[in-house]
Design a protein around this ligand. Sequence first.
Ligand code: GDP
Ligand code: ZN
Length: 323
Amino acid sequence: MTQPLSALQPGRVITSTGSWYEVDVAGERVQARIRGRFRQAEATTTNPIAVGDRVLVSREEDGNGVIEEILPRTTQLSRRAPGRRVGIEAVIAANVDRAWCVQSAQMPGLNPGLVDRFLVTAARDKIPAGIIVNKVDLLDAFDSDEVPVEAFEWFCDLYHGLGYPVVATSAESGHGLDALRAALQDETSVISGASGVGKSSLLNAVAPGLSVRTGEVSARTRKGKHTTTHAALFPLPFGGYLVDTPGIREFGVTGLEPHDLGHYFVEFTSLLPQCRFPTCTHDHEPDCAVKAAVDDGTVSDSRYQSYLSILEGLRLGDRDTGR
Ligand code: GDP
Ligand code: ZN
């Protein structure tokens, strides 16, 4: 028997473990299953419902829920599902307002290559991105003209100059935590970062008492069927939600044609019409406006190297699928 529409309650998916979901229904945390048909609905993703999804839930006699409908997503952040074939994606979170990439100024140091992969993926998914540079207290051990400090300033100037918000923080000293709170307030934010950059320390410093299980890279495989990435949505005490994701081991950029990659490098976009070939991939073609801009220093060499590296990955991906 189908449920009358009036019996359906709107909710937001807070956690997802693959077969059970915790749904926030007007402040009540309801354990819910999903209808089997969602599982087959999308063959291109490993998970039919993601943390952050807005859903309609029917209730069973024992109080548990059944997710009957997924409301249209404003955004979805996804990545290549680890160990799965090209084209299969894991949706990390849905309805996200901004995706933040956490870096640390030292231990480990800045990783622009990873940041650029992150920015391309977010842009592909049409999610505004931002960068958090943590552990800035460790820079105090250096003079202003020493390499780590210069690298930090170069990094902040580069990404700030490209239009991305860059927030410098220290979970240790408290530097920048107010600015970070202001940046997260009233938004649904996803925060990703390699293990060790201080993501959990930072989140616990920003919102003490928030039980964030960051860094947990547990993936449960049920008879080899679905690899489950554990993610969760946490309400922030000052308003907004935070999506907690397992540490990202592999940030593969997929779902782009090699000649489209340039569109996801924000500083390339105005140059693209000036390349001689409309399908220019900006690596070997003559009369390329991007290469000219790299040569004259308008486009940073670091960004161009990231571009070439991602381009190579996209080409290898194409070969794998035989296209
Ligand atoms: P995660 O793996 O990204 O969640 O990182 P953790 O929060 O577990 O932090 C990794 C290590 O870095 C721990 O030893 C923390 O104490 C340390 N750490 C985190 N934030 C800072 C910071 O702002 N400054 C310094 N000096 N150390 C930090
Ligand atoms: Zn070009």
